[in-house]
Design a protein around this ligand. Structure first.
Ligand code: ZN
Length: 480
């Protein structure tokens, strides 16, 4: 007997149940329950490695593998499990950008002139993604090991025509009510009569923040104990230390600041948070052509991303992690430079090997610290002693030593002290880690994204698209 081709009531009910379950799953995947409105991640992390392009990431990835037999969270977790894109980085008035114009694009989605912060090239003042997040009732935070008023964090929460208007930036942080601020730069918070102040007035901005209900932390211990609804921590007078030189008892690392920020912003929080985390040292060390400091800074950056990845694993449907940069600094490569000094031009080797990475691993201080040890007018004996103590197995070529002692600038770096520049070239011609410039290049930077909304960041885009995508994700969220 032939069976009836029609669908039974039981089968129809089963299909309806399956469809309803699929709908619920789709909502859940987007981080939402059916009653909580349109999709959108509850927790958003924006990680920025200042001045770190693909070469910086790749040298660190190789270094981790060769020296520690470890991977990188950024490549092995975020990129592999999430989406990957490239961002063009030019500014409105220049093919290579600075942190202010680039961070304006990332934070607000418009092109800006070099030096302008939170103001578009056409003069309009855009709403930043962080300001939008605040309006949506999310808690907002800025973490950096630069000065807290430096261009990259400032472009997310401030609007000034010149990135050097530090006082205005600090006033704008206070007005916006950024829930968490962690970084360096106490100099701009102290009244001018206090030692270390670089203010031109008598305003005590630490007191002003405390009056607004902020808890203040000045070192690692105070940060670990801090409680309250708003937190600000200033851990150095100016930029915080390179990871290689950091006093691990007093100064928190980028990872420790990230951990503290997550703990602080998550507590008793129904509406989620947006947290911006920057490692500035990747840029500063690149300007100083200091490859060891760059690698240690990038390793620390990756550990901080690891904290967010752990958080993501607990809240995978509600957490978006974005990892990017503002520009590449230095044109770093493991190949003899076309502009190498006479000493190097006759070198037998053109490219680096894994042995060179191990050699870099033997460097235990930054070149900035080495420059401080030598002082501005070092003697020949002092240079020899520095080489013996800190650069075992490295050779300082005779012509380079002569340049160092004569304070002759041995490269066209406009940023670097001649003593540090000579040491940077010494490291380069011992390891083949050469720099093509002391400034910013126009290389595109990568963006790695993981979590709900990550696919928006895929492909070849402009840095303004990053800001537009971020704001579109926030627009999809319900207002408070
Ligand atoms: Zn820079």
């Amino acid at each position: 007997m032939k069976r009836h081709p029609g669908i039974s009531i039981v089968a129809l009910a089963t299909i309806a149940l399956v469809l309803a379950a699929q709908w619920l799953c789709t909502l859940a995947a987007a981080g939402q329950s059916p009653s909580s409105g349109p999709p959108g991640p509850k927790y958003i992390f924006i990680f920025l490695a200042d001045g770190a392009g693909i070469p910086h990431m790749e040298i660190t990835r190789k270094y981790n593998r060769v020296v520690y037999n470890e991977g990188l969270v950024i490549t092995d977790k975020i990129m592999k499990q999430g989406a990957l894109g490239l961002l063009t980085v030019d500014a409105a008035d220049s093919l290579s950008t600075d942190s202010a114009a680039a961070a304006t694009a990332l934070a607000s989605g418009c092109k800006a002139k070099v030096g302008a912060l939170g103001i578009c090239d056409d003069g309009t003042i855009p709403k930043t993604a962080l300001e939008m997040a605040k309006e949506k009732g999310m808690r907002i935070g800025l973490v950096t090991n630069s000065t807290i008023y430096d261009a990259s964090p400032a472009a997310f929460a401030g609007h000034v025509s010149n990135r050097r208007y530090f006082n205005l930036i600090i006033d704008q942080y206070l007005r916006l009510g950024v829930d968490l601020l962690l970084g360096g730069g106490r100099d701009q918070f102290l009244p001018q009569k206090q030692p270390g102040s670089t203010r031109k007035d008598d305003n005590d901005m630490i007191a002003a923040f405390i009056r607004q209900g902020y808890t203040y932390a000045s070192d690692k211990l105070e940060l670990s104990r801090a409680k309250g609804s708003k937190l600000f921590g200033l851990f150095s007078l100016q930029e915080m230390s390179f990871e290689l030189d950091r006093d691990k008892d007093k100064e928190p690392s980028l990872t420790e600041m990230t951990q503290a920020a997550i703990r602080f912003l998550e507590e008793g929080n129904q509406r989620g948070f947006m947290l911006f985390i920057e490692n500035e040292n990747t840029d500063t060390a690149s300007h100083l052509i200091d490859v060891a400091s760059v690698i240690h800074a990038y390793r620390e950056f990756d550990r901080a991303v690891g904290m967010a990845y752990e958080f993501y694993r607990k809240h995978p449907r509600e957490t978006l992690i974005l990892v990017t940069s503002d520009h590449e600094t230095g044109g770093l490569g493991f190949t003899l430079s076309a502009l190498a000094e006479p000493t190097d031009r006759n070198a037998a080797r053109l490219t680096a090997t894994e042995q060179d990475l191990k050699k870099i691993a033997s460097i235990r201080i930054s070149l900035r610290k080495a420059g401080e040890i030598l002082g501005p007018n070092p003697t020949s004996e002092a240079v020899d002693q520095l080489m013996r103590e800190y650069f075992k197995g490295f050779t300082l070529a005779a012509d380079l030593k002569k340049m160092l002692l004569n304070r002759q600038i041995p490269s066209r770096s406009i940023f670097t002290d001649p003593v540090i520049a000579a040491l940077g070239l010494m490291v380069a011609n011992n390891t083949q880690a050469y720099w093509s410039t002391g400034g910013h290049t126009n290389h595109p930077v990568f963006v790695a994204a993981l979590g709900p909304g990550a696919e928006k960041f895929k492909g070849y885009q402009d840095n303004t698209d990053f800001g537009k995508n971020l704001k579109a994700i926030l627009e999809g969220k319900r207002s408070r």
